[in-house]
Design a protein around this ligand. Structure first.
Ligand code: ZN
Length: 99
């Protein structure tokens, strides 16, 4: 399960538990309300932790992608490639189209 969906699940669970807890509190069931609130706090904490893990994973992915882009392209394949240092290819460049 991805960070994002786990985070959504934890946040939704916390919201539902918060609702149950509020309902119990309104009915005077303080012990139950306390238990729901207790678990809800754990879920909120888990949700925040997952959000942080998601951000870190994203940043790591960005860094990896940046490093990959810094590597030079393989071979000069056409005049456009040569004049643009590998950024642009001729419209009918075979090397580009097969990549
Ligand atoms: Zn090319």
């Amino acid at each position: 399960m991805s960070h994002r969906s786990y985070q959504t699940l934890a946040a939704s669970g916390a919201a539902v538990l918060g609702l149950f807890g509020t309902t119990c509190a309104l009915d005077g069931l303080w012990w139950e309300a306390g238990m729901f609130g207790f678990v809800a706090v754990f879920l909120i904490e888990a949700s925040i932790r997952e959000a942080r893990a998601h951000r870190i994973a994203e940043a790591r992915e960005r860094t990896a992608r940046g490093n990959a882009q810094e590597q030079p392209l393989l071979v000069p394949c056409c005049p456009f490639w040569t004049s643009s240092a590998g950024l642009v290819h001729a419209p009918d460049c075979h090397t580009w189209s097969t990549r």
